[in-house]
Design a protein around this ligand. Structure first.
Ligand code: ZN
Length: 678
């Protein structure tokens, strides 16, 4: 394909635009080039290469662009109107490659603008200029007849035609400004188009700066909360909000306490400004038109929790009403999104965004940063205005925007869930963490071996993204460390749904040789440690009010008497009974507590790399290297148990598939008759 190097140039130009989020927000904007290409029959043709729907300019590669036969698009210019569905159908039929991504919903503007290269972006400064009252006058002053102004029209056929009409035959026009939306530039070369975007952004900034003498957010009424005070309040409040947002589907939260956010939250006018509406139509499916602003005086934790609950409920009522009020024939096929806020603003504390996974919560956070910037720029000049609620709804539930949502990866069983796994650096704990992540969960990896936990987290991040795993240095016998680890987990994702207690140790000695210290150590880790972890988990799960699942990794020895390992076996029995006691106590809150009893999981085990292997082998009168085979032979099924086998049982108990099981014992030991539960 001759067009390839030009296509590379298009991808490169797009990446440059996307690298500056002040110009092209996440997933927003689109770029194109009109190229001469050869089709599969060898005929030469003009092809419009345009960004595919659901891609991001910052990272798009040549394969992210769709190719469309330009002639087949240009015949549409003769029409007066075209329904969205017909337009989409026409675009699909004009595609050059059946496997290519669906072209951007703004494709026709790229086809109709009579230039080889076209860029459409949503720069903060241009949106601010086009949504500030009096902004049009400023734009006219700053750009004269170089820019054309187009009043708000929802993207689609009509807007594409309108833009092209304003450009054609008017050589003085170099930019099109779309009210409350963005910018269109073009050029004979990709570089010319790119430079025009930068120029328009710079000149818009200059115009705003010249007239932007007002304090954008009003006087600052910042509250003096120190970092520790803020942290404590957030640890109390976040699970409450997460629980409220997760009633229908689990969501994770992302906390943002950046200076930019706190400065906005401190402004006297910010509450009003935050409720005006979205700063860009492109944000709507992620941020919704309004954030939740939490009214509280900034002192008491209980007051904050109460205000959050009330605010969230009110928000849901408002959103349901907004949905029902604006529903029409076009939007009726789309069910209402979960009605809670995606952006929650808490003066003095920070911003919390939510999503069914950490990536979505992060995108929403990034987009709201853009919103704050647009509001700041516009309000400094005069004020900030936005689309009407009806206009916002028509974009939020626009079938073409809804289509973008279907491009996300298919849902996984534990999407939106948060898990904390102890002993996660190796062996069973690590396998459990990996299995939970593979099922969609976000996992805090707690281990005494901080380095090992970091390593596991890095391995997970490499294929699942940074925000899916969190390494925590934690010794289960250190009560303060356990509390801290749960607080960190709450601050990372808003709460916890699944706790897997897998931290372990083992000792083998005859009863006379078992020292009190060895006895205490076993009970410290397997008794007290499991108790502390479960207690902290229950506190958070109850605050969330959406149930939860706690899984203890027990041992065959909890049921079958372990000869020569009295301390370990007795501690494991205590652990097992602890699980049943807690199960009985928390069941009414939908929290389940179950135990998985493995046996002889040698591979990857921290325990078996220690003296335990030597001691056990000596106990059986065999060489340490024969231990695996010895264990395999004594099982009913004649199998060796791997960490992954245990992880599958843990996953089952953690998931909703065993939603009606609690106080259970599930063996993963290959069958040891003496340890069959009875
Ligand atoms: Zn746009």
């Amino acid at each position: 394909m001759e067009g390839l190097s030009e296509l590379r140039a298009l991808a490169y130009r797009s990446n440059l635009l996307g690298a500056d989020r002040r110009i092209a927000n996440w997933g927003g904007g689109n770029t194109s080039s009109k190229l001469e290409e050869t089709d599969h029959t060898g005929r030469s043709m003009r092809v419009l290469r345009v960004k595919g729907s659901g891609t991001d300019l910052a990272t798009i590669e040549p394969v992210g662009f769709s190719g469309l036969r330009l002639d087949e698009l240009l015949v549409l210019e003769g029409r007066d109107a075209m329904a969205d569905a017909d337009m989409v159908d026409h675009l699909l039929r004009s595609g050059v490659d059946p496997g290519q991504p669906r072209p951007s919903i703004e494709t026709l503007l790229h086809a109709f603008v009579p230039a080889s290269h076209v860029d459409h972006t949503h720069p903060d400064a241009v949106i601010a200029l086009t949504c500030a009252p009096g902004g049009r006058r400023l734009a006219e002053e700053a750009f004269g007849d170089e820019a054309e102004w187009v009043d708000w029209v929802r993207p689609g056929f009509a807007l594409s035609k309108l833009i092209a009409e304003r450009v054609r035959g008017r050589p003085s026009v170099r930019f099109v400004m779309l009210e409350k939306h963005g910018l269109v530039t073009w050029g004979d070369s990709g570089e010319e188009s790119y430079r025009r975007t930068l120029e328009a952004v710079e000149r818009s900034h200059a115009a705003l700066a010249e007239h932007g003498s007002r304090r954008p957010f009003g006087a600052s009424c910042a509250r003096a909360l120190d970092l520790n005070g803020r942290r404590e309040l957030l640890v109390q409040a976040m699970p409450v909000l997460r629980g409220a947002l997760s009633r229908e589907r689990h969501h994770v939260l992302q906390l943002d306490t950046s200076d930019e956010v706190l400065e906005f939250l401190a402004g006297e006018d910010s509450r009003r400004l935050s409720q005006v509406g979205a700063a860009c139509p492109d944000h709507l499916v992620n941020t919704k038109s309004n954030p939740l602003w939490v009214d509280w005086s900034g002192e008491e934790g209980e007051e904050l929790v109460g205000a959050l609950r009330r605010g969230e409920e009110e928000y849901e009522r408002w959103y349901r009403d907004y949905y029902e009020r604006h529903l029409d024939d076009e939007t009726r096929p789309f069910a209402i999104d979960p009605p809670g806020p995606r952006v929650t603003l808490m003066p003095g504390l920070g911003m919390i965004t939510s999503g069914t996974n950490a990536t979505k919560a992060d995108v929403t956070s990034q987009l709201y940063h853009r919103a704050i910037e647009v509001i700041r720029l516009a309000a400094a000049v005069s004020d900030f205005t936005s689309l009407s609620q009806a206009e916002a709804f028509a974009v939020e539930y626009w079938p073409l925007e809804r289509y973008k949502l279907t491009l996300a990866r298919p849902p996984r069983e534990l999407d939106g869930r948060v898990a904390l796994v102890t002993g996660a650096a190796s062996g069973i704990g690590r396998a459990c963490a990996e299995a939970l992540v593979a099922a969609g969960a976000h996992v805090a990896l707690a281990d005494r071996n901080a380095e090992g936990a970091e390593e596991t987290a890095a391995a997970i991040a490499a294929h699942e993204g940074d925000r899916r795993a969190l390494a925590l240095a934690m010794d289960v016998t250190d009560e303060a460390a356990v509390e801290r680890a749960f607080a960190e987990t709450v601050l990372a994702w808003g709460g916890v749904d699944i706790v897997v207690s897998s931290a372990g140790l083992a000792s083998a000695a005859s009863i006379e040789e078992t020292t009190a210290a060895v006895w205490d150590r076993n009970f410290d880790v397997l008794g007290r440690g499991y108790f502390t972890v479960a207690r902290e988990a229950v506190k958070i799960m109850r605050r969330q009010g959406i149930g939860g699942s706690i899984v203890f990794v027990g041992s065959k020895n909890a049921l079958a008497a372990g000869k020569g390992a009295a301390a370990y076996s007795a501690a494991k029995a205590a652990e097992l009974h602890l699980a049943r006691c807690i199960a009985e106590e928390v069941g009414a809150d939908g929290i389940r507590v179950n135990t998985v009893n493995p046996d002889a999981v040698v591979q990857g085990s921290g325990i078996f790399s220690s003296e335990w292997r030597r001691d056990r082998a000596a106990g059986y009168g065999i060489d340490p290297s024969q231990l695996e085979e010895h264990y395999r032979k004594r099982t009913t099924l004649g199998v060796s148990i791997q960490p992954e086998d245990v992880a599958q049982a843990v996953l089952l108990l953690a998931s909703d598939r065993l939603a009606k099981s609690t106080g259970n014992i599930l063996n993963v030991d290959g069958g040891i008759a003496a340890a069959y539960p009875r």
